[in-house]
Design a protein around this ligand. Structure first.
Ligand SMILES: CC(C)(COP(=O)(O)OP(=O)(O)OC[C@H]1O[C@@H](n2cnc3c(N)ncnc32)[C@H](O)[C@@H]1OP(=O)(O)O)[C@@H](O)C(=O)NCCC(=O)NCCS
Length: 154
């Protein structure tokens, strides 16, 4: 009988400095106006900031950048590498952030998302987020509105 390796499991853990290139590549393939890699390097130094990565068989395939502000978790970005989308990775990362919130003293998860970003809005709504407001022309580079979405944890 030929032994086969088990399916590689997704591991979610804090980003390390040597993940910077992989996170930067995902960022550049995911956003209209990508943040510079230095932004993520700075995030690693901020006490209130967290960047978690999802590894599939060792490779960084997605990340979530969020801030812990008093009783609120504010998600700045979640992105999955284009060649790994629609396989549950983004949802796994989002569920990880929500579980952290439920396990701590957090009451709310908040985020802003481009009004035209249907995949992301679908992801957030599937996880229970509600649309609670609009920030008109929030994205200065093209004047697009942001939807404000929240998930109440308790
Ligand atoms: C939004 C994003 C993170 C989703 O990541 P993903 O790993 O593909 O998401 P998942 O496979 O876990 O999808 C979970 C659910 O989200 C929704 N969803 C995700 N992509 C979708 C799409 N293209 N169209 C419609 N619904 C979508 C679905 O409900 C999906 O569940 P399903 O596959 O069972 O139907 C990804 O598309 C991405 O990186 N986009 C660019 C960056 C971005 O816009 N980030 C969000 C703003 S911060």
């Amino acid at each position: 009988m030929i032994a086969t390796d088990p399916a590689p499991a997704l591991v979610i853990e804090p980003m390390r400095p040597d993940d910077l290139d992989a996170v930067d590549e995902i960022e550049r393939h995911s956003f209209k106006t990508p943040w510079a890699a230095s932004v993520f390097a700075e995030e690693l130094t901020r006490e209130w900031a967290r960047v978690d990565v999802a590894r599939d068989d060792g490779r960084v395939v997605a990340f979530a950048d969020y801030w812990l502000v008093k009783d609120e978790i504010h998600i700045l970005a979640i992105a999955t590498h284009p060649d790994r989308r629609r396989r549950g990775v983004g949802r796994a990362l989002l569920d990880h952030v929500i579980a952290l919130g439920r396990g701590g003293d957090y009451t709310l998860v908040t985020l802003e998302v481009r009004a035209s970003n249907r995949p992301a809005i679908a992801l957030y709504e599937a996880a229970g987020f509600a649309r609670v407001g609009v920030r008109p022309r929030y994205y200065a580079e093209d004047d697009e509105d942001a939807l404000v979405m929240t998930l109440t944890l308790r």
